[in-house]
Write a protein that binds this ligand. Structure first.
Ligand SMILES: [Zn+2]
Length: 217
């Protein structure tokens, strides 16, 4: 993943979905008029001020250090809805996203359109989440959900026995499974599911021991 938070291809399989991770797609709100103290700035400081105002979605500026201290938050919760999984009231942002405090489901309109597909930021399909919730079970992915997430997002992680593992799709479409201590490569998702192992124990057989299976952040 691009750690700088730039644009990221969220679906390498069909190149359709692009998503921004930072605030750059947020609506800009700028002060209508420059504050009085701007007149006291040196030419260099004024250039800095202009840049910050233009690029950081600043509402107000601290003239002492030019760090933005107030900015428009596109993820501010602006409404509520009933959770799509458990029905609890959830706060959502303008895009319809919001984590349910009761069951953990992140509200997501795209998941409702494709309820049997693993779609970021959730790691299990919506219909499965509903089934698990009804059974009183945690919304935990199995290895098939995990692979579904991998092919949606291309970089996954989990922890097993206190060791962190990464699974990602490489530029040559190979599935790479690695930790600090090992690396395995698989050509297909079936190969990964059937052969990926930790110290010879098949991952699918020890999946119950896996914790923190999630998208790479
Ligand atoms: Zn819920």
């Amino acid at each position: 993943m691009d750690k700088k938070g730039k644009i990221k291809n969220m679906n390498k399989s069909n190149n359709q979905i692009l998503m921004w991770y930072d605030l750059t797609h947020g609506k800009k709100i700028k002060p209508e008029v420059d504050p009085e103290w701007v007149k006291e700035l040196s030419p260099e400081e004024y250039e800095q001020y202009k840049w910050e105002k233009e690029n950081l979605h600043v509402i107000g500026l601290n003239k002492n250090n030019f760090r933005y201290f107030d900015y428009y938050d596109p993820y501010e919760k602006i409404a509520t809805k009933a959770c799509d999984v458990c029905g609890s009231i959830v706060e959502i942002d303008q895009f319809g996203y919001g984590d349910c405090k009761k069951c953990g489901w992140c509200q997501d309109e795209m998941a409702k359109e494709q309820p049997d597909k693993v779609i970021y930021p959730n790691i299990i399909p919506l219909n499965k989440a509903k089934r698990l919730y009804k059974l009183g079970k945690k919304l935990k992915p199995d290895i098939y959900d995990f692979v579904g997430g991998l092919f949606f997002y291309s970089e996954m992680r989990f922890t097993h026995n206190f060791i962190d593992y990464e699974v990602f799709l490489r530029y040559d479409d190979m599935i790479v499974f690695c930790s600090e201590y090992m690396q395995q490569e698989y050509a297909t998702k079936e190969d990964f599911i059937n052969k990926a192992n930790i110290d010879g124990r098949l991952l699918k057989d020890i999946w119950d021991e896996v914790v923190n299976a999630d998208y790479m952040q």
